[in-house]
Design a protein around this ligand. Structure first.
Ligand SMILES: Nc1ncnc2c1ncn2[C@@H]1O[C@H](COP(=O)(O)OP(=O)(O)OP(=O)(O)O)[C@@H](O)[C@H]1O
Length: 481
């Protein structure tokens, strides 16, 4: 079965094609319903409308950005698999927010402010040669597929990323400036490199008159191999070398791929020599990318190298606040703090956790609370669980009430230090397997009866003082991270 958009007379007429797609979609829906159950199916999947097919990609349309993101994160891969099983020529599913005039699933409204189209094509450079290049399939090789969610507006700036952000902004405003070419962005997984690159692309395309190509290093390699196989390497090279801005994401993928590195090196030189902008991202700095050829590493380090550092608690809170605000769901500060304490590894995970909470709140129409958070995210939180020590408990509790760590074992009995000390003992009992005498010893050689008293006192106060109970609960959850 062939479904494509071309002039081939043997292809289906548009009407037949549309009917065949609808039938496939009905079958896919019925399989999905069986797999996910009625509630999930009606909550999310009935909102999808069929969009156009282009080559090996089918577009599915959703009425809001939120639904698009949710369906993409939860069902994106499964939808691609099912489509591919139904229609072998379809290999990818693109989920987009429907625009006015697009088909929408029955009974639904469009988002009032639909996201920037999730897909933008490369702007063909204006040139006399444009009619002689590129063949339609080859042209899609370097199409800049940008994620409309990733713009400068939605990027939250804080200490760890302010330098990279400023460099990205600068390149978006003045591509190919001296000292900024190439722009090399690096940092750990899920810290916003791709987001910044897409933001540059979106900004440049919005201003127009500039051609932008974006692709992952992996895609670069596969396109290169495909071009070799189809004997169209010249076209591929020409396309790459005709752009004003070339962005290659996750360059570390080219480690050990010598031929592709070589090709990239020549493309790189041709573009920089012609005064075009290159933007590259990787998980390490050029000097630490030890599997890359020396000459390439040297050239990569010649422009601006900007590091995105691990997030701080403050940045994680700001990111969560901004994403929660965009969702329209009220997420209490305590929950945001809890998440920012628990999930520290990368922003992608943090965002995933928040999205799940928001989806849950939307689905069941219930407010987001700390308890619900722990329930809904139990699997994520469990993965982050680890053993906690009495020293960590003392430190966290002392920080929380702003007392000195030494007061955890001092003889001072003023309430301002005695109460936090009791809480720390209570938490030590709750969160560790230490015996009462062992806990007592860690708190300035106190007797085990003192620990027992502390535990029951804290329980008493928690029962009648909700704010205190919430503080203790928050501390407990933080410490479990
Ligand atoms: N400062 C930020 N503000 C808003 N969102 C952010 C920020 N940093 C990261 N994100 C979000 O976190 C997710 C992961 O970011 P991104 O894909 O850009 O990371 P990456 O550094 O390219 O990761 P990888 O190493 O896996 O390629 C994205 O959804 C992105 O929007």
């Amino acid at each position: 079965m062939t479904i494509g958009v071309d002039d081939d007379e043997s292809a289906f007429s548009h009407v037949d094609e549309a009917k065949a797609l609808e039938k496939s979609w009905v079958r896919i829906c019925s399989r999905l319903k069986g797999e996910v159950g009625d509630v999930e199916y009606h909550a999310w999947l009935t909102k999808i409308a069929l969009g156009p097919v282009d080559g090996d990609e089918i577009t599915l349309l959703l009425p809001t950005r939120f639904l698009r993101d949710w369906v993409r994160s939860q069902y994106g891969d499964r939808l691609s698999e099912l489509w591919n099983q139904e229609v072998a020529s379809i290999r990818r599913v693109e989920l987009q927010v429907a625009r006015p005039g697009d088909p929408v699933a029955p009974g639904l409204q469009l988002d009032e402010s639909p996201a920037l189209s999730a897909q933008q094509n490369i702007v063909p450079p204006e040139s006399d040669e444009s009619s002689s290049r590129p063949a339609p399939e080859a042209k899609s090789d370097i199409a800049a597929i940008l994620d409309g969610r990733f713009t400068f507006d939605t990027f939250v700036v804080g200490k760890p990323n302010e330098f990279a952000y400023a460099c990205a902004r600068r390149v978006a405003e003045k591509p190919s400036s001296v000292g900024f070419n190439p722009l090399f962005l690096y940092g750990g997984v899920g810290l916003g490199k791709t987001h910044l690159m897409h933001s540059i692309g979106a900004e440049l395309l919005q201003r127009g008159n500039v051609s932008v190509a974006y692709m992952s290093a992996e895609k670069f390699m596969y396109r290169f191999i495909a071009a070799i196989r189809s004997q169209s390497t010249m076209e591929f090279k020409e396309q790459l070398r005709s752009v004003d801005v070339l962005m290659i994401d996750d360059l570390q993928f080219l480690i050990g791929k010598d031929n592709t590195q070589e090709e990239f090196f020549h493309t790189f030189n041709a573009l920089v020599d012609a005064g075009r902008q290159i933007i590259v991202s990787a998980d390490k700095s050029p000097s630490d990318l030890s599997g890359l050829e020396d000459r390439l590493r040297t050239r990569l380090g010649c422009g601006m190298v900007a590091d995105i550092h691990a997030t701080t608690f403050e940045l994680r809170i700001s990111i969560l606040e901004s994403k929660a605000a965009a969702s329209g769901v009220i997420v209490p500060t305590k929950v945001l703090e809890f998440l920012a304490h628990k999930i520290t590894s990368n922003v992608r995970e943090l965002e995933g956790a928040l999205n799940r909470l928001i989806a849950h709140a939307n689905l069941f129409g219930r407010p987001v609370t700390l308890e619900a958070t722990q329930d809904v995210l139990h699997d994520i939180l469990k993965a982050h669980d680890r053993r906690v020590t009495i020293e960590e408990i003392q430190k966290k509790v002392a920080e929380h009430w702003n007392i000195r760590l030494t007061d955890m074992s001092s003889a001072r009995r003023a309430r301002v230090v005695a109460r936090p000390r009791q809480v720390a003992m209570y938490l030590a009992k709750q969160l560790t397997s230490r015996s009462l005498p062992e806990i007592g010893r860690k708190f300035g050689n106190r007797d085990h009866t003192t620990v027992m008293h502390a535990v029951s006192r804290v329980e008493e106060i928690m029962a009648c003082d909700a704010a205190f109970a919430e503080d203790v609960e928050l501390l407990r959850r933080m410490l479990e991270s």
